[in-house]
Design a protein around this ligand. Structure first.
Ligand SMILES: Nc1ncnc2c1ncn2[C@@H]1O[C@H](COP(=O)(O)OP(=O)(O)O[C@H]2O[C@H](CO)[C@@H](O)[C@H](O)[C@H]2O)[C@@H](O)[C@H]1O
Length: 646
């Protein structure tokens, strides 16, 4: 079993509460060696021994002649000297708390996950209190990371979870493309500095050179992969003509470059080295676990690394024709990992063999663990309804699937400090909320009526989000005394349908077609109700934002929506009520209408119940810190077993 590096939580990281202890702590670490391309890399143990200290911002190190630490009593446990890897190199310290019997607790945790996801949170909470922290090198690989790039929830998660993990003491890198599309949003990369290192990547029948830009912000190393294919108008994935035809190429480059980054880039002076946890987010990063297994481990590189695929949306899998396998830059023997054969009914014609490569499938069969963004979704993906063809594979790996509900970025989404809304408010003083509503009505040119229930929708306009169901319900809903505002961009048919409805219900309905973050904040704050009739929803963030802003969600009871929105029950708690919204099922226009009408009626006629709904939502714990502790638990489990593939 892999020995874990254990340090007391008070000592490591920006959350230190005791500087005296911090200053007295010093250690010896092995640092990864700088390297060229993997093909030329001679595996070597250039162990640079350094003494680490904290300058108040991040770890720094000084050269040290010391080769071993003295056993030492600390307030929280016994420092048992240095820890070495199989080659004898020092990799860290062991600090054992006085009371914990670590091995037993880890075994217990494993049993708990085998018994079902429900115990995950409970187990982790106990764990966090009882054990000292384990600090790790964590590498996020993602096609989006807010604020640099964002088209949806993936950007939000990869922009804030890394910060939460860094605040808990881990060394965290996020690797994402440096998209330049010629618009003012290019300025977001202004603080990222070009690094001297480049990587040569063998793929698509040639050699590509990628550069790296780096910004150290909020305790995280933000690394942007630079290549001409990321510089073009449009979104990260496409433009007005549709998805880019070379996305397989662009995201192969991202994965290859991300695997090189920990070995190559001296971030803050030192590389991350080989002992990393890679978090491969969605199909765009799905090649990472395959590369670790197929391209690196056979040469002894990354033998101590682990990979976790994080599924934000199973509907997108990165499927291309089978002949493109040769493009990935993988050894020949790994075709089976990517092989994907469409069932007969899904083939285009009688002679179509249905042979394809599927990047997300490859990630599922080669990663050490699998995380989905809610517990409900972790079960749904193992069913024919939610598995998008991968349900059998996912079921076969059920023992390593964990569902962790996303958190929200409290720096961006907090009504008491949000600069994007006209009036700030909190659970103790809700008066600003009605001012936000009036300002929104004014901005949208709707009648200014603070008493009229205002319903909102924010999201990508596609089949997943049930936009068609909302739009078909609008003519009926417009008979009621309500106002409705929709913000979204996506499929043209829905955009046109929204514009058409706006012209038909000019006094009640507003369509804002486009992607606009400030408006999304104003709608979240100004509306009374936010609806999300998603067909499936791996987690959903807008309902979490809505609850934080005292806006009551009305959602289809699926995936993360079912996990996070607790149905209103006015009779519970001796009449005080419970619940934070309405979660209806099954999904239909009639059920959506009924739920929205009940919500609007409660808003109008039961003011104290409504206030209870708002306040319970606002007080709900949606912090990233809670989710981060659950990710830490998954990291520990990943490190217990040897690498799953390679
Ligand atoms: N037109 C617009 N203007 C401004 N902002 C807009 C917008 N359209 C969407 N957004 C923003 O994009 C984000 C969307 O997040 P979601 O989680 O609801 O959905 P998404 O399907 O993209 O994410 C996938 O990944 C996330 C993260 O894991 C899962 O929560 C989710 O279920 C899964 O489908 C929110 O921050 C929202 O405000």
């Amino acid at each position: 079993m892999e020995t874990l590096q254990i340090v007391p939580s008070r000592i490591i990281g920006g959350r230190s509460t005791d500087n005296a202890i911090f200053k007295s702590f010093s250690g010896v670490r092995q640092l990864g060696s700088a390297s060229l391309s993997w093909r030329n890399r001679k595996i070597q143990s250039l162990c640079v021994k350094k003494r680490w200290y904290n300058d108040g911002r991040r770890f720094m190190c000084r050269s040290s002649s010391s080769s071993s630490a003295q056993d030492k009593e600390q307030g929280e446990g016994t420092l048992l000297g240095t820890e070495r890897d199989s080659t004898g190199s020092v990799v860290g310290f062991n600090l054992i708390p006085h009371s914990a019997t670590r091995g037993e607790e880890i075994l217990e945790s494993q049993e708990n996950v085998a018994n079902g996801g429900d115990e995950l949170s409970e187990d982790i909470e106990t764990h966090d209190k009882a054990l000292p922290k384990i600090t790790l090198n964590i590498v996020f690989v993602t096609s989006e990371a807010a604020p640099y790039s964002k088209t949806g929830g993936l950007g939000d998660v990869c922009g804030s979870l890394p910060i939460a993990l860094a605040q808990r003491g881990h060394r965290v890198m996020v690797v994402s493309p440096r998209y330049l599309n010629g618009s003012p949003s290019d300025e977001k990369y202004a603080n990222a500095v070009e690094m001297e290192s480049q990587a040569k990547i063998f793929c698509f029948g040639g050699v590509q050179e990628v550069g790296y830009f780096h910004e150290y912000r909020a305790g995280v190393d933000w690394v942007f992969v630079d290549h001409p294919s990321y510089h073009r108008p449009g979104t990260p994935y496409g433009d007005i003509f549709g998805a880019f035809g070379d996305n397989q190429f662009r995201f192969t480059l991202l994965c290859q470059a991300a695997c090189e980054a920990p070995l190559l880039l001296p971030l803050g002076g030192f590389t991350y080295g080989e002992k990393c946890i890679f978090l491969a987010n969605d199909w765009h990063a799905g090649l990472v676990p395959v590369l670790l297994a197929a391209k690196y481990r056979p040469y002894g590189v990354y033998k101590d690394a682990r990979s976790i695929v994080v599924i934000h949306n199973l509907a997108h899998q990165g499927v291309e024709s089978a002949v493109t396998y040769k493009n990935f830059g993988l050894p020949d023997g790994w075709y089976k990992a990517l092989e994907w054969v469409f069932p007969t009914w899904a083939r285009t014609h009688a002679l179509d063999p249905g042979e394809a490569v599927n990047v997300l499938k490859a990630a599922i069969v080669t990663s050490d663990r699998i995380v989905t963004v809610s517990q409900g979704y972790s079960w749904e993906i193992t069913t024919p309804e939610g598995g998008y063809g991968l349900q059998d594979l996912l079921s076969s790996r059920k023992a390593v699937i964990s569902g962790i509900t996303n958190g929200i970025d409290a720096n961006e989404w907090d009504p008491s400090s949000d600069e994007l809304i006209p009036s700030r408010y909190s659970v103790d003083d809700l008066s600003g909320k009605v001012e936000c509503k009036i300002a929104l009505q004014k901005e949208l040119g709707l009648p200014i009526r603070p008493d009229c229930p205002m319903i909102g929708f924010i999201g990508r306009l596609d089949y997943q989000k049930g936009v068609d169901i909302i739009l078909s319900a609008i003519p009926d809903l417009m008979k009621d005394d309500v106002q409705f505002v929709m913000l979204g961009s996506g499929e043209k048919q829905y955009e046109d349908w929204m514009r058409h409805l706006e012209s038909s219900y000019i006094d009640k309905f507003r369509a804002w077609v486009g992607f606009n973050v400030p408006i999304s904040h104003k709608i979240t704050a100004g509306c009374d109700i936010l609806t999300m009739p998603s067909r499936f929803e791996p987690c959903g963030l807008n309902q979490l934002y809505a609850m934080k802003y005292g806006t009551v969600p009305v959602v289809h009871s699926t995936g993360g929506l079912r996990d996070t929105v607790l149905n209103f029950n006015p009779y519970a708690n001796e009449g005080a009520g419970e619940g934070t919204g309405w979660a209806f099922s099954p999904l239909s226009k009639e059920n959506l209408l009924a739920a929205l009408r009940i919500a609007a009626g409660t808003y109008k006629d039961h003011k104290s119940s409504w206030e209870g709904l708002m306040k319970r939502g606002m007080e709900r714990d949606s912090s990233w810190d809670k989710a981060a502790t659950q990710y830490e638990q998954v990291f520990e489990w990943a490190l217990i077993d040897p690498p799953y593939a390679g």
